[in-house]
Design a protein around this ligand. Structure first.
Ligand SMILES: [Zn+2]
Ligand SMILES: [Zn+2]
Length: 125
């Protein structure tokens, strides 16, 4: 029981520290530095638990596949840096659903993924 809890807390801490959506591989890599016993099965099990708890939610990224992010931020868009491969949450939304689709289409939701170079990688160039 003790071990399971510490794995879950380790994963929660990674999300808190990184403050951006994370894939299973990233969580596994960072998590192993905190809890050596972490493996892919335990990461998946804990992610499922955190989704059920409402702490995390999965998002489907067009390039990276399923990522997980913390809930409670409202609607936002995502930016993928092609150099470091990290995904960031962007604040707010500038898209007007009513003017984005032609007349007759009823938009119920949208997702926006931006691609490019993040500030940290931009400085290194
Ligand atoms: Zn970057
Ligand atoms: Zn939006």
């Amino acid at each position: 029981m003790e071990r399971k809890t510490s794995q879950r807390v380790a994963i929660e801490n990674i999300f808190q520290r990184e403050n951006r959506p994370l894939g299973v591989e990233e969580i596994l890599k960072e998590g192993r530095e905190i809890v050596e016993s972490l493996n892919q099965a335990t990461v998946y099990r804990n992610l499922k638990l955190l989704v059920e708890k409402g702490t995390l939610k999965p998002i489907s990224h067009p390039v990276l596949g399923i990522l997980y992010e913390r809930t409670g931020r409202g609607h936002h868009h995502h930016f993928h840096c092609r150099i470091c491969d990290r995904v960031f949450e962007l604040p707010g939304c500038m898209l007007s659903e009513t003017s984005a689709a032609p007349e007759g289409f009823v938009t119920e939701k949208h997702e926006v993924f931006l691609f490019g170079i993040c500030p940290a990688c931009g400085q290194q160039q």
